[in-house]
Design a protein around this ligand. Sequence first.
Ligand SMILES: Cc1cc2nc3c(=O)[nH]c(=O)nc-3n(C[C@H](O)[C@H](O)[C@H](O)COP(=O)(O)O)c2cc1C
Length: 362
Amino acid sequence: MMDLFKQATRKGLFLFDPETAHGMSIAGLKSGLVRACRIPADPRLAQTVAGLTFANPLGMAAGYDKNAEVPQALLRLGFGFTEIGTVTPKPQSGNPRPRIFRLVEDNGVINRLGFNNEGHEAAFQRLAAIRGDGIIGVNIGANKDSEDRIGDYVTGIRRFYSVARYFTANISSPNTPGLRDLQARESLAALLSAVLAARDEEAKKAGRRVPVFLKIAPDLTEEGMDDIAAEALAHALDGLIVSNTTLARDGLKDQRQAKEAGGLSGAPLFTKSTAVLARMRKRVGPSMPIIGVGGVSSAETALEKIKAGADLVQLYSCMVYEGPGLAGDIIRGLSKLVDREKVSSIRELRDSRLDHWAAAKV
Ligand SMILES: Cc1cc2nc3c(=O)[nH]c(=O)nc-3n(C[C@H](O)[C@H](O)[C@H](O)COP(=O)(O)O)c2cc1C
C-alpha cells in the first residue's frame, strides 16, 4: 500500500509535466533531500555476473540518469547497480517537447526523447570525479546526424573505458530513426565486431576487461531473435539486456495518451519483455548473462524476470509511480521471497519458469 507521504509526493510531482517532474527528482537526489535507504546486506541476493559482483540483482535502467548526474545517489537508494546514458559523442537536444507522457491508469510511460544528452565529455568528467566502487554501467549510442553510427559506439567504448564497469550498446531505442536497423544480422555483425575489437584493444592497454552488453527491443520476430542470438554467441558477447521500450500499444486503458508516438514502458511492457527475455534465454543457453527489464514494479515482478531467465533486473518507469523508495522495497521483498522459496541463493530460482514464459502469447 502506498503510504501518505508517497501519495503526497506523487501528487505534487504529477502537477508538473513529466519532464519537469523528472528534472525535479534529479535535483532532489543531487541535493540529498531524498533519503538513503538502509537495507541489511543479504548474501542470498548477491551474485557474480560477467565478472562483476553485484550486492543485489536490481539496477536502475538507462534513461533516468542520462548525463551521469546522480549515479551514487541512485546506488544509495538500494540499487545494486546503475546505468548512465544513453550518451552520444556530441551533445544533442532530442525531439521537441512534450516528449514524455504518463499513462496513469496503465502505470505506463510513453517517451520519444530521442537521445537528448550533454554528450560524452560532460558525462565522462562527472564519472571521472567519482570515488567509490559501486557498479556504474555506461550506455552508449549514436548521434542522430552521425554519418558513421558504428564509429559512434566505438568512440563511446574508448572514451569511457577508464570509468565504466560495464558497457551497454543501445541499438534499440525507437526514437532515433533507423537505429533499430542495427539489430539486423549483417549490421549487427559489423557493430559487434567493431565494438568488441575496440574493447579488446582497450582491455590490453588497461589490463582490465570491461564487459559489453547489447540492449535489444521487444518488438522482434522469431527470426530476428534467432539472428541476434546467433551473432551474440558468435562474437562471444558478454550479455544481453532485454528489453527497451515497445512500439506496441495493446490493451491500454488510456486511449488518449496511447496515440502518442514513441516507446511504451512500465507495467504494460511487463508480459512482452518477459516473454522475449525467456525466448532469448532459450536461444543463447544458460551461460550468457541476461539483464531483464520492462515493467518491474515489485519484488514479485522482479523475481518473475529471474524465473524467466534473467540474472539481473532493471527498472525505470514504475519508479515514476512508486517513488524513490521502490528499490529498497523490492530488495527487502526479494529477501522475503527467497525465505519463502527456501533457497540459499536467488540464482537457484533462475529459469524455474522459463518454459512458461517462453510459451507466453504476446
Ligand atoms: C523516459 C525514458 C527514457 C529512456 N531513455 C533510455 C535511454 O536513453 N537509453 C536506453 O537504453 N533506454 C532508455 N529507456 C528505456 C529504459 O531503460 C527501459 O529499457 C524501459 O523503459 C523498460 O523498463 P521500465 O518498464 O522499467 O521502464 C528510457 C525509458 C524511459 C521511460
